[in-house]
Design a protein around this ligand. Structure first.
Ligand code: F6P
Length: 380
């Protein structure tokens, strides 16, 4: 069957897709294997394409670490967390860390090397499963002539131009289960319990899990908080006999001065500072200012781990299949997206840079406020 790809979207005759590569980039999350399986099987089953897996994100494309994926090699991975291809959140192909014996020698632009391998391997399209970092590299590669499609994934749910990312739902589910459990110990000991969740500079994960668990206070980076308001709420609850308080804090939550709490500096240019510790900081402040005993729990990487829940499996599988079908009809240089209740694709050139933050008027914000949750904003 002649596809639009043969004809070319601008009328020029183009090579029919025969071979595609797929990589997973950035932090892992539940559902990546479901995407790999979906893209591989759909490409083989519906179009007869060859599919190759690229190891450890763009690093594998630069270093030539690739292997074929078959119907059987992706069997049984739908329910598995992580990624069978491996990933890294430290590889920027345009600022690639060259190492010798594990030590950094220099940073160089390795994008040409990646393009060379893509061409010499006779790949027709590169499928990148990634978050905002991977998306930004994909946009640059597309501009340089490499046909590409991005499938958005991250527990942070902060990829621009899509309301859903693979991995988010499982992370919310894991956080919800943990927070539900922490209620009993918080209540028994009459403590303020702060649960710190990942999410980097966006509050989606904290907001969703805070709302789903009925947390009294939800702290997200989008609303700089006032520590006094937090303490007043803890005290007020105590004064009416509610002797415990559940606080869900995003790791990127901060006061009006914008200073975030970091675990430590790293030697990685893509992530020079590692977020973490706001829960512990809050617990010290709350105990000092209210006299009420406080504890903090950092959920950390457990949120990225484990088997994907059904929502992520569905999203991963439909994103993967739809991406393949769209490629077969000649679409390229786009990102799969979920918007206004439907699955769609957005041209890479129309996707804004940066991350997608929680809008102030999001229905989850309104609902949380109506449930009596406090965001403790420093300015209203
Ligand atoms: O972007 C996903 C994410 O899990 C963030 O929520 C978190 O800040 C970061 O990755 C942690 O990265 P690492 O695995 O390098 O500690």
């Amino acid at each position: 069957m002649t596809s639009l790809w043969d004809l070319g979207i601008h009328g020029k005759v183009k090579r029919r897709i025969k071979k595609i590569g797929i990589l997973t980039g950035g932090g892992d999350c539940p559902g990546l294997n479901a995407v790999i399986r979906s893209v591989t099987r759909c490409a083989i089953h519906d179009h007869g394409w060859e599919v190759w897996g690229i190891e450890d994100g763009f690093a594998g494309l630069i270093e030539g670490r690739i292997h074929p994926l078959t119907w059987d090699s992706v069997a049984g991975i739908l329910t598995h967390g992580g990624t069978i291809l491996g990933t890294t959140n430290k590889t920027n192909p345009f600022l690639y860390a060259k190492k010798k014996k594990g030590r950094l020698v220099e940073y160089k632009d390795a994008s040409r090397q990646a393009m060379k391998l893509f061409k010499s391997g006779q790949f027709d399209v590169l499928v990148c499963v990634g978050g905002d970092g991977t998306l930004s590299y994909a946009k640059r590669f597309a501009k340089e002539g490499l046909p590409i499609v991005v499938i958005p994934k991250t527990i942070d749910n902060d990829v621009p131009a899509t309301e859903r990312t693979v991995g988010f739902y499982t992370a919310v589910d894991t956080a919800t289960e943990a927070i539900d459990k922490l209620y009993t110990t918080a209540a028994s000991h009459h403590r303020a319990m702060i649960i710190e969740v990942m999410g980097r500079d966006a509050g989606w994960l904290a907001l969703a899990s805070g709302l789903a668990t009925g947390a009294s206070i939800i702290l997200i980076p989008e609303f700089p908080f006032d520590i006094k308001k937090i303490c007043d709420r803890v005290m007020q609850r105590s004064s009416v006999g509610r002797r415990f308080t559940i606080i869900v804090a995003a790791e990127g939550a901060h006061q009006a001065d914008g200073k975030k709490i970091f675990q430590r500096k790293t030697d990685d240019v893509t992530q020079p500072l590692r977020l973490g510790g706001i829960g512990q900081w809050l617990s010290v402040q709350i105990e000092k200012m209210t006299g009420i005993e406080s504890r903090s729990v950092m959920l950390g990487h457990i949120l990225r781990s484990g088997s994907p829940i059904y929502m992520d499996r569905l999203l991963a599988t439909t994103f993967g299949c739809e991406a393949v079908h769209r490629l077969a009809t000649g679409e390229k240089n786009m990102m799969m997206a979920w918007g206004k209740g439907a699955l769609t694709s957005i041209p890479l050139k129309h996707i804004p840079d940066g991350i997608r933050l929680v809008p102030k008027n999001h229905p989850w914000i309104d609902a949380a406020r109506s449930m009596g949750a406090l965001f403790a904003e420093s300015v209203l």
